[in-house]
Design a protein around this ligand. Sequence first.
Ligand code: ATP
Ligand code: MG
Length: 462
Amino acid sequence: YSIHVARNSSEVINGIITKTTMVISEIIKPTLILISSMILLVGIMSALFTINTTVALVASIGFGLLYLGVVRYTHQQISENSQTVAEQSTQMIKSLQEGLGGIRDVIIDGSQQFYCQQYRNADLPFRQAAGNNRFISEYPRFVMEAVGMTLIAGLAYLMSQQAGGLATIIPVLGAFALGAQRLIPTIQHAYGSYTNIKGSKSSLEDVLSLLDQPLPSYADQPRPIPIPFEKAIHLNKLSFRYTKDTPWVLKNIDLKITKGSRVGLMGVTGSGKSTLFDIIMGLLSPTDGEFTIDDEPINAENSRAWQAHIAHVPQNIYLTDSTIEENIAFGIPREQINQKQVENAAKQAQIAELIEEWLDGYQTLVGERGIRLSGGQRQRIGIARALYKGANVLIFDEATSALDDKTEQAVMEAIEGLGRELTILIIAHRLTTLKGCDQVIELSNNGVLQSGSFQDVVIKKS
Ligand code: ATP
Ligand code: MG
């Protein structure tokens, strides 16, 4: 998770879609061509050497030097172009994603020109570099064909001057003409493949660095058995920062959350509430200190077993462009979705009535990122999704901020009535949201400011 948040998604998308295709067409295929050209070259050359050693020697040294000269001359340019191609193709995707992602602002601000220009700024150097490399790999062909033809004509002239006349040299000349006809394209293929490979080196490096991040070892294993959670979640002197160069987000946090409690977290914006939840969810590891479940420290090995307990409703709920039903039963194959359970979750999230009014009901399509729904509707689908999972630790990060007071109250009441085997953690800016919590924690700019009942923390303060 920390690698993903530190990296731009355009890089990954480009690496997976464009650069892997490029590795196949510009590295793997040319490598095979290079190998077969080499075999052909050796065959043709040895035949020519047996026919006439001097002529074969002159021809091979001549062509060899010519191509070597071209390679030396263009070498730097190809490397630079290769880098430009790799960088600018990522920029192209980035400017597309950003322009389309913020389309509402683009239209209101009339900044279409700016985003088009940004795309052009990446597109033009990309096309130029790619075209340039293509030119470098193709153009010697024409020169070499001309040189080859001149060479044969010269050879015919020289030989015809010797004793025996034209009649005796026809077979030798014929063999060389035929040889050259195969030889020149083969050398060109080998050279072209070499420049292709060199021109895609930077893209290959990017693909390899993506491949260097294998899926974690648990990815192909079935869902782990949940780690026992009977007593409490503990944070012991926990500190966290995102990188060595950034300030501490959390410092020396001591916290105990008993199973079955409702815990509210408040604090000024940027005080690290979402970060603290990411640590509790095992997405980020503490920089210092310990995070334990029933006194068992959570680390990379057992974080999956802990996550099996958790359902999370984030600040910005992510919906896929599919039906309401598939968004509530998220990540579950269509035919395995439990209809009853979906309806139940929707009811608890106070959105069932609304969905049933829609023409397609649970089969309504929500649009890309849920664009056809209002913010509050999206949030309630997110809540329904968490409830559908049937997890026993529910984590709400500002999950009700877009709801009106009355709807929020109804959602919170439904959540509070869920049964005491569930542990619920809530971040809220609106303090009334936390009314039903047993414990309220106020986070200051790098630690716990105070912790106690809703009465102690909220009411006494005001
Ligand atoms: P809000 O109430 O606005 O949601 P928050 O309390 O949830 O705020 P966090 O999102 O936890 O705040 O952020 C805490 C601090 O960590 C902020 O100062 C933020 O700049 C920083 N931060 C958050 N994510 C990253 C990241 N990926 N890399 C570096 N710093 C980050
Ligand atoms: Mg937050």
